[in-house]
Design a protein around this ligand. Structure first.
Ligand code: KG4
Ligand code: ZN
Length: 339
């Protein structure tokens, strides 16, 4: 399966094999990040992203085939992210996939980007259904119950900013650069996480939703109150913010796992984490402790497969292809597409 991903700022293509047994093998996984294109703007500029996808995608696909040691006409089918995401970029990948599918007479799989994140742990860790997924990336923060291929139930989502976005905005207001998550984590190592008490929006409510915009505002007000900031102030704010977020994620994940246990009594509790924020060691440590306490299994795929990549799209395509669930060439790109 060829997989193509262009829904945000990664131009990516991969070749993945799925055995009858369910085992997955990544034959190649080429990702070109557009960090340089967007660096000057402190965030992803959709028009620039789409143009860069046009420039690089053909080369990335050719490289994925070369590294896998196959010709394009040897793949069984072609999968591409068809949404949700920045529509210009999605159109580039999906249209390229359609053109190749038409020219080569291969089936097309129009993949939901969230579904691709959700199924990745089956490729890397052979996880069996059902399981709970926590997706925390620059564009999404949600809990999804994964019952089977194509059988998903969203249990909660953010009502404002995504978690990665909150990290990026906090980094920006602390002048730490983009992408913000890794920068905040690095600076936070020198900080005192107990110095500031930031709010935990929604946390007293039972629902499994997130809200990060009030937290971000509280961080901004604190930074303005202290200005000009010393290096120690910046480190303490970053550490306090990161700790607050880790607590929010832990509390919500506990609730989600308890709901999972109630719905599937006697079944193994499995929590799969996906998205770029999964790279955060403070958050991952909190989740590990929680899962140990509850007797749940925490599954964090290798971080290169947690962030956007082509292999996850190829794998989701392969899972759907095995079920005969292909798409017509008239499938249209979808900027919004909840699971
Ligand atoms: O999944 P991803 O690569 O792209 C999508 O948004 O789909 O996630 C990128 C996000 C960015 O917001 C970035 O700041 C955040 O993940 N991130 C982190 C860390 N590494 C990346 N956030 C917190 N801590 C990190 N170590
Ligand atoms: Zn993603």
């Amino acid at each position: 399966m060829l997989g193509i991903e262009t829904s945000c700022d990664e131009t990516a293509a991969a070749i993945v094999m799925r055995e009858q047994s369910g085992k997955g093998t990544i034959r190649s996984n080429v990702v070109r990040s557009q960090l340089d294109e967007h660096a000057a703007f402190g965030g992803v500029v959709p028009e620039l992203a789409a143009r860069a996808h046009v420039t690089y995608l053909d080369h990335i696909i050719a490289q994925a085939c070369r590294e896998a040691g196959i010709r394009l006409d040897q793949v069984d089918a072609i999968a591409a992210t068809a949404g949700p995401g920045l529509i210009g970029g999605v159109l580039v990948g999906l249209t390229t996939a359609k053109a190749m599918a038409a020219a080569l007479g291969k089936p097309l799989l129009a993949i939901n980007h969230l579904e691709a994140h959700a199924l990745t742990a089956r490729m890397t860790n052979n996880v069996q259904f059902p399981y709970l997924m926590l997706l925390v990336s620059g564009g999404h923060s949600q809990f999804v119950l994964v019952r089977g291929v194509g059988d998903y139930e969203r249990w909660g989502t953010t009502i404002d900013d995504a978690l990665g976005e909150a990290f990026d905005k906090v980094a920006k207001l602390l002048s730490l650069g983009h992408p913000g998550g890794p920068a905040v984590e690095r600076i936070a190592r020198n900080g005192d996480a107990s110095r500031f008490k930031f709010p935990r929006p929604l946390l007293r409510e039972e629902r499994l939703d997130f809200s990060f915009s009030g937290l971000k505002t509280a961080v901004r007000l604190q930074a303005e109150a202290l200005a000009p900031l010393t290096d120690q102030d910046v480190a303490d704010i970053a550490a306090s913010f990161q700790d607050t977020v880790a607590t929010i994620i832990e509390v919500r994940s506990r609730q989600a796992l308890e709901r999972f246990a109630a719905q599937f009594p006697g079944q193994a509790m499995q929590l799969v984490v996906a998205g770029g924020v999964a790279a955060n060691l403070r958050i991952a440590a909190g989740l590990r402790t929680l899962c140990d306490t509850l007797g749940a299994t925490l599954i964090v795929p290798p971080i290169a497969l947690c962030t956007d990549n082509g292999a996850m799209v190829a794998w989701a395509g392969a899972e759907r292809f095995m079920l005969g669930d292909t798409n017509g060439l008239d499938f249209t790109a979808r900027p919004r597409w909840p699971l």
